[in-house]
Write a protein that binds this ligand. Sequence first.
Ligand SMILES: [Zn+2]
Length: 475
Amino acid sequence: MEQFAKDLAAFIEERKEKTWEISDDVWGYAESRFTEFKSSKEEADYMESLGFKVTRGIGGEETAFMAEFGSGKPVIGILGEYDSLSGLSQEADVPEHKPIVPGGDGHGCGHNLLGMASVAATVGLKDYMEKNGTPGTIRYYGCPAEENAGGKAFLVREGCFDGVDICVTWHPGTTNSVSRGSSLANFRIFYTFHGLSSHAAGAPHLGRSALDAVELMDVSVNYLREHMIDEARIHYAIMNSGGTAPNVVQSEAQVLYAIRAPKVTDVIELAERVNNCARGAALMTGTTVDIRHVAAYSNVIPNDVIGDVIEKHLNEFVPLDLTEEDMAYAKKFTEVITPLDKAALENQAKALAGKNWKAMLDKYPVLNFVLDGRMLKGGGSTDVGDVSWVVPTNQFGTSTLAAGTPGHSWQVVAQGKGPVAHKAMLAAAKVMACTAYEFLTTPKLVEEATAEWKERLGGESYPNPLPKDMKPEIW
Ligand SMILES: [Zn+2]
């Protein structure tokens, strides 16, 4: 390991207690999209107290902030998140579903770790730069509302990443691996139908049912599936069915759609076809429809130049130094996954270890080795995609969770303050600090990453998917 990597790791270790404390606090606040007031404040206050220049409320988002150190080129950004998920309140460390607040929010995607590891990386890097007089600028971006609202798309639209040369980020998960592929672009759109209420038996001819419109829209979209590209995904949730009385014609009903495809330009086209399904349903039922687009995520433009530097350092800080107790902790959670998740994990183990897969899983209740990111299947969406259209960006994951833990689940919340999570987040911080340092001090690497980024874009520019007048909102 090179000297700078050893030194950066030592700086991050020095402040690990504080890193864990704030991450645990953010876990406890469990604030969802655009309400991360305490979480962002605690991170921003911490960085300000250490001498960072902190700008709060960037890009029109009250809970976004940027913490900067240094001056001049290059400018290296490290991205963090801190939003929770609704309905996933859960006690820490217990391998059974036990909400703290029934129906409350919880960190089901590990963003308490995500944000603070990125803070720790930026702080460690500053410590190093100050000691060694390293030139250049580093920035931590506190990015709200990754879940369901695509907070970074607004920050990109408002120019918050202008002039940034390289961005690095990570995500907690079940593997130590570098992202080598893209993600799905994704729109979230509310369709609200307005009809006329009436007595469902006495005067049905005077009613116009908004619920009928939602149902017809959903049916028509399910027919649409046959005529869209294979990789597209559409899912919906009925947010308001119009009431609980079958003998009242429902005058208002609402459905929320997620529309995904490999490229944001595909989603723009597909969303218009879904809009037409809504308009058709309104016409059929004599209702009207309001179409409200609330979030847009662009697909990720991956970058292997950055990915290779990340991978080099990931191999330096993985395997994590896990004790017998840490492994026993993780094992509790591998025992409570659903049979389907278990089968998926076993398939993954078979692909990795062949006939030795059982021994591998026994030895590794945490997948404590670096896995080739090309072996992993994607399918999700992230607003890191929007940043990657305007700045060469790459990300990776570390194993903060027991193998097989399903995403967005109470099991993720339960493990969010555990020993594996704590160790894996520090490893992530070290990898990000080392990667950022290499780009900070090696102009050739920045040039190469930029050249790859331009080639992948193939002359396209950011197709800002947000409607012009759309503002970040709490919904
Ligand atoms: Zn996430």
